[in-house]
Design a protein around this ligand. Structure first.
Ligand code: AG3
Length: 272
């Protein structure tokens, strides 16, 4: 008997992978969490039925959500990650030579535990001396910070369930206040094919609060449509201009990709 896992990416489109084994299925306090071993992408983490990360293609998302900002900020010493409980974003952040302290605030401890149990290449960062992991509500945490961080990365799920407020203007304003004078924000902002409203909400909200807002793209095979967007809000530095070319061990990010990622297809430019 063949077993397949399907994410319904739109009401009329499914993305399916053949499953070798179901490793975990649970309802946490916040969401439905599953870990399956797929034939194509290795282990896959899903939250509320949506693919979050897979062993085979996680490098694209995790390098691209971190290095664009880390390499264009002149001195990204203190970094805050909101969400990202699998640890992949944290792994890239602590690797960067400019970073001295990385704090991860994840609302759902079960995600961190699932990563420790099944994704050693992501969870490796939790025990790094530069890393601090807090199980808390990122929105409340950010409200209590004032000019404390150089870079804040929002590694969230879709704007449904626990993540919905992470796409609001009020949240972007508290992120702005939590950043230093030359701080930067990066958020994952979904697919230009299927989530144009999310991009409008993220880009529009960030643009109301930050002086400089830019969108960039990466190809992620297991996310809806494979074309994924990230939005950066910056107080000072242009995120499109790297000041450092750190890319050691990278499989997707290069200094050339950094520049190229900001070149938008015409239909994407029209969304923002
Ligand atoms: N966070 C963004 C996942 C969005 C995927 N959306 C979907 N499958 N419909 C990923 C967390 C990785 N650290």
């Amino acid at each position: 008997m063949d077993l397949w896992v399907t994410e319904y990416q739109t009401p009329s489109l499914g993305f399916s992978c053949k499953v070798k084994e179901t490793l975990r299925y649970e309802k946490t306090e916040f969401q439905e969490l599953s870990v399956v071993e797929t034939e194509q992408f290795g282990k896959m983490l899903l939250l509320d039925g949506m693919v979050q990360t897979t062993e085979q293609d996680e490098f694209v998302y995790h390098e691209m959500i971190t290095l664009v900002a880390l390499n264009s900020h002149r001195n990204p010493e203190k970094v805050l990650i909101i969400g990202g409980g699998d640890g992949g974003t944290l792994r890239e952040v602590v690797k960067h030579p400019a970073v001295s302290q990385a704090t991860l605030v994840e609302i759902d401890e079960r995600v961190v535990i699932a990563s420790k149990d099944f994704f050693p290449d992501l969870a490796c960062a939790f025990s790094e001396p530069k890393a601090e992991v807090l199980i808390a509500d990122g929105i409340e945490y950010v409200k209590q910070q004032h000019q404390s961080f150089d870079l804040i990365i929002v590694d969230s799920t879709e704007p449904v369930g626990p993540a919905i407020q992470l796409f609001s203007r009020e949240f972007y304003q508290s992120v702005y206040d939590a950043l230093k004078d030359d701080g930067m924000l990066v958020v994952q902002s979904e697919s230009p094919f299927y989530n144009q409203n999310v991009i409008k909400m993220a880009f529009g909200g960030i643009n109301q609060v930050f002086p400089l807002t830019k969108l960039y793209l990466a190809n992620i095979p297991t996310y809806p449509s494979g074309l994924w967007s990230f939005t950066v809000g910056s107080k000072l530095y242009d995120p499109q201009l790297p000041s450092c070319s750190y890319s050691q061990g990278c499989k997707y990010y290069t200094p050339e990709i950094h520049q190229a990622a900001f070149q938008l297809p015409a239909f994407v430019s029209r969304i923002i």
